[in-house]
Design a protein around this ligand. Structure first.
Ligand code: SAM
Length: 494
């Protein structure tokens, strides 16, 4: 209750409530009032209320000062009822926003208890030029303050992220999924990598062709040895099917061969031989073949690369293991080959994705949402990917130390030239990586149960399901302590 509030002019009740965003209400008779000069209460003009109820669609295209004022009044109400607004130069709410990034230097804060229609009108007037060029006037309420800013709409998360880094922003607004995406970590990475960290899309497919053809073989081929016999047995089988890309990736990412081996063994142990598995962006398909051969599980490798597909078909055959040479997400053409979008309607017990998403886009929500459509109800989704962590630079140095076991300084320098600073062929494009927070936010948003099972610095693995027991079963069967040694060295356990 406001101590100096006048009594209700309708029923004379003395505890009229003053609203934060203007106006008052009598809790006794329910009448709503506007507060005039000297605190006088006059019955509320319901036309504004009606307008805000149907907001955002009914506010017309404004031309006159009167109409602008009326819109600003409705927006003031919207601040209270909706917590914010995004409007164009005519104070008309924007309805088609995707990824929104604030523009440096435009922010203004006003205590929420004194915010007025004039504040909205004057912010608009001061920024008429940028607003006329298509920028957005945004407002939101946080901890007693109303924030105004100018922002820009982007069609992709990556573009918005790049703008956020350029504009020194902490976060962007993902209007598609309605959540705040932090960019603090990305900024650290861009600072570490230099200005070109956001190179749009270097072509990696030629690299995949060259790598599967053997052009990026390590100078020292590793021979992994596991402590657990079931892990060793899987790995021995894997060697019957493995290709050059397998060797490249396992020498580029610490403990990658250990991870894939432990996962395969855990899948058949936890879910039995009938459990069906699809490996998205599964490369040469050797992992799927070895899983079928050892655990009996029917496997599908989905990966768009014809050289890898030929290798899969020509190198070895495992009944029950197939490879589909189609694209996850949208279809595309590359080097004269067209990869149609995979349209399969089959559902799987396990959907696995390892180091694939970051070669396609940064849209983890869209990708994982799509991956989930391939999952049987209560099935297991697993993702292993390179993410942006708070200690990104230090973790990269550790990873480089690992790689130096297998590659000469000349080889590393040569590869660095190929991939520049945009990313690495085995691990993905910088611009398509997301932060650990973003990834976890997406996973928790899509699945009831999410558990991290693998941590190698900037490389993390998560098991997810809508059935928590599925995740528990998998974790119980997964022995993360059996990190293989090579003839080169014993790597640190995660
Ligand atoms: C780093 S590799 C990961 C390979 C595999 N997961 C492994 O462990 O060896 C990334 C793979 O993504 C595949 N790829 C890239 N874009 C794709 C798309 N849109 N659809 C399907 N596969 C794609 C490439 O052909 C490549 O084999």
């Amino acid at each position: 209750m406001e101590p100096n509030a006048p009594p209700c002019p309708v029923c004379d009740y003395h505890e009229v409530e003053i609203h934060l965003y203007g106006g008052a209400e009598c809790p006794n008779c329910g009448t709503e009032f506007e507060i005039g000069p000297g605190g006088r209460l006059t019955p509320h003009d319901n036309s504004i209320e009606e307008m805000s109820k149907t907001w955002p669609d009914t506010i017309p295209w404004h031309t006159s000062a009167d109409e602008l004022t009326k819109s600003a009044e409705a927006l003031l109400v919207a601040l209270g009822t909706e917590g914010g607004f995004s409007v164009d130069m005519d104070l008309v709410p924007c309805s088609d926003l995707l990824y929104v990034c604030s523009i440096r230097g435009s922010e203004r804060t006003i205590p929420e208890n004194i915010i007025s229609v004039d504040d909205i009108l004057s912010f608009r007037a001061e920024h008429l030029d940028p607003l006329a060029s298509g920028m957005i006037f945004g407002a939101w309420v946080d901890s007693g303050l109303v924030y105004f800013d100018l922002s820009k709409n982007f069609n992709t998360l990556s573009d918005a992220m790049a703008a956020a880094v350029e504009n020194d922003q902490q976060a962007i607004w993902d209007n598609v999924e309605k959540f705040v995406v932090p960019v603090a970590n990305q900024r650290a990475v861009v600072a570490a990598m230099g200005d070109n960290g956001w190179i749009a899309s270097p072509e990696f497919s030629q690299f995949f062709n060259d790598a599967t053809g053997g052009q990026y073989a390590p100078s020292q081929a590793p021979q992994w040895s596991f402590q657990k016999p079931e892990h060793q047995a899987f790995h021995d089988e894997f060697l019957n099917h493995t290709g050059n890309f397998d060797q490249h990736i396992e020498t580029s990412i610490p403990d990658y061969r250990g991870l894939m081996t432990r996962k395969a063994v855990a899948i058949s142990k936890a879910f039995g031989p009938q459990a069906t598995v699809i490996d998205l962006m599964g490369g040469e398909g050797s992992w799927g073949k070895a899983l079928t051969a050892t655990g009996g599980n029917p496997t599908t490798t989905l990966d768009a690369n014809t050289d890898m597909h030929n290798f899969f078909n020509q190198h070895s055959t495992v009944p029950g293991a197939r490879r589909i040479n189609e694209a996850f997400g949208q279809g595309y053409s590359d080097g004269g080959t067209t990869y149609p979008a995979h349209q399969g309607s089959e559902l799987y017990d396990v959907v696995n994705e390892s180091m694939g998403f970051q070669f396609i886009s940064a849209d983890r929500l869209g990708q994982i949402n799509q991956a989930k459509t391939m999952l049987k109800p209560g099935g297991l989704f697993m993702t292993d990917e390179k993410v942006v962590t708070p200690n990104f630079k230090e973790n990269e140095a550790t990873k480089d130390e690992w790689k130096a076991q297998f590659y000469s300084p000349e080889q590393l320098a040569q590869k660095q030239q190929v991939v520049n600073i945009a990313g690495e062929p085995a691990t993905g494009m910088m611009a398509n990586m997301v932060s650990v927070e973003q990834l976890e936010q997406v996973l928790h948003g899509l699945f009831k149960s999410v558990q991290r099972y693998w941590d190698q610095g900037n490389f993390l693995g998560y098991a997810c399901s809508d059935n928590p027991q599925t995740v528990q079963k998998f974790l119980a069967a997964y022995d993360g302590s059996d990190v293989p040694s090579t003839q080169v060295s014993q790597w640190k356990a995660a």
